[in-house]
Design a protein around this ligand. Structure first.
Ligand code: EPZ
Length: 436
């Protein structure tokens, strides 16, 4: 397989308007939820990203019919699903494959799924997912039951249960919702995750006739129903994290960008911090205008990541890049993941002055980044390095571009439309590029 890198000739202000695509972390849960339906449906505003292509192939491997009507629209008919098993190599390519546990358990009362993959920033247990299934009567849901990396679940029937999550978990909240939709009786999820994508998956399930109340709050109630009808059209919400990434890219290049097709409320944790630092962040109905008043100073601030409506951990690397170009000492406290600072050495190659102590990064402001060849350690780290490279005068390369392509639709054309000089090049070719 070829390796690709993003080649960026930075130091140019980003100016203009770009549109945000559908939410990766909503659509991955929605695609799994679609496997529960007893009829065809149409899904719109689907982002054209590699994680979606993997999830679509996974659903097709179960027997579901999925037709790409256009690059952002899928026609899905899961009635031809003929197995509750998904253990092939595709499963370990993405984290969201584990949503098929809840969906297939909900559809068949059985699921046999390989443990998931995904970005590697420390442990990524699924004990809360299994706890939810166990409380609903599923067998094989003890961690000790996992056989050679395969989770074999069965429940006959799945029963509604009271599920308390001691840790707020996006994935476990979605998986419990999926399994509960057709379970007998009522399920209550306490200390549920409240991210925008949780609400979107719940709205999608309710569109097919599920009975879910309270999504977006700490407590979600699901009353099981015997049948989930198809024949509806659903549009995925805009991607909160893509939007935040472009807000940072506009800011660090000293640009002036109108970002459209987003939900400003979802951006508030980042918008508030950027205003605190001195950037102008103007909310429209479905847009944000981001720029910096000429002559104003940008000051560092302190950020702690937390479950929504706290500061999103998926904007943590991008925000560290923002702090690098602010005056004074900024602090980033990563409260969600064990080890999500693996990209810092790559930023230090670009001149960043950062000290990491366990879950804290102390960021000393610098005047500018310098161009370098750096490695995308994961999806959001790669996006952060793109932001730094856009700000650095000269040519930078960000290798392992495929990791960025997991979550950013058409990143080259979107950035070029704002005046960036960016291209996707084969990695081997970097070595003989005199600018490398
Ligand atoms: C989702 O991952 C997102 N991925 C992640 O985004 C995001 O970082 C994360 O939520 C937090 O917002 C998708 O939606 C596909 P969690 P998920 O369960 O569901 C612990 C990106 O860049 N935990 O909310 O896996 C876990 O270790 C990706 O788009 C358990 O202890 O995250 C972590 O500390 C990266 N046991 C915390 O909960 C469990 O069973 C939050 O994890 C599950 C989780």
């Amino acid at each position: 397989m070829k390796n690709y890198a993003y080649k960026i000739n930075g130091g140019k202000k980003l100016v203009g308007e770009i549109e945000i695509s559908g939410s990766k972390n909503a659509v991955l849960g929605i695609l799994a939820a679609a496997m529960l339906v007893d009829g065809p449906l149409t899904l719109e505003n689907v982002p054209d990203i590699s994680d979606v292509r993997v999830m679509v192939e996974l659903c097709r491997s179960l027997g579901a019919e999925i037709e790409m009507v256009d690059v952002h629209t899928l026609r899905i008919d899961p009635r031809s699903i003929c197995t509750y098993k998904a253990a092939g190599p595709l499963v370990s390519q993405i984290r969201a494959s584990y949503y098929l546990m809840g969906a297939l358990l909900g559809r068949f009362g059985k699921a046999s799924i390989r443990l998931p993959g995904g970005c590697n920033f420390g442990d990524r247990p699924i004990d809360l997912h299994l706890k939810a299934f166990q409380l609903m009567g599923a067998k094989g849901a003890r961690p000790s039951d996992i056989d050679a990396g395969i989770v074999n679940l069965s429940a006959n029937p799945l029963r509604g249960a009271k599920i308390y999550f001691d840790i707020v978990s996006v994935g476990a909240t979605i998986n419990a919702m999926l399994a509960a939709c057709k379970a007998e009786g009522t399920t209550e999820i306490i200390n549920a995750a409240k991210e925008p994508h949780i609400v979107d998956v719940a709205n999608f399930l309710n569109a097919m006739g599920a009975r879910i109340k309270g999504a977006g709050t700490d407590t979600i109630k699901i009353t099981g129903v015997p049948f989930l009808k198809g024949d509806f059209v659903y549009s995925v919400i805009p991607d909160q994290i893509e939007a935040g990434t472009y807000m940072v890219a506009a800011a660090v290049t000293g640009g002036d960008v109108m970002i459209t097709n987003l939900i400003p409320t979802h951006m508030e944790p980042l918008s508030a911090k950027m205003r605190e630092m001195g950037y102008i962040v103007e909310d429209g109905d479905d847009s944000i205008h981001i720029y910096r008043e000429p002559g104003t100073d940008i000051y560092a601030t302190n950020v702690k990541t937390a479950p929504y409506p706290g500061f999103p951990t998926d904007l943590q690397p991008q925000t560290v890049v923002l702090l690098c170009l602010a005056e004074g000492m900024g602090r980033m406290h990563e409260n969600v993941w064990q080890n999500r600072f693996q990209y810092i050495p790559e930023l230090q190659k670009m001149g960043a002055n950062i000290n990491v102590f366990e879950r804290h990064a102390l960021v000393n402001g610098i005047t500018r980044f310098k161009p370098a060849t750096v490695l995308a350690t994961d999806l959001r780290a790669g996006a952060a390095l793109v932001c730094a490279a856009l700000a650095a005068e000269g040519t930078s390369y960000i290798t392992h571009a495929a990791r960025i392509d997991r979550g950013y639709e058409h990143i080259v054309s979107k950035l070029r439309s704002l005046g960036a000089e960016i291209e996707r090049v084969e990695y081997d070719s970097i070595m003989d590029d005199p600018e490398a």
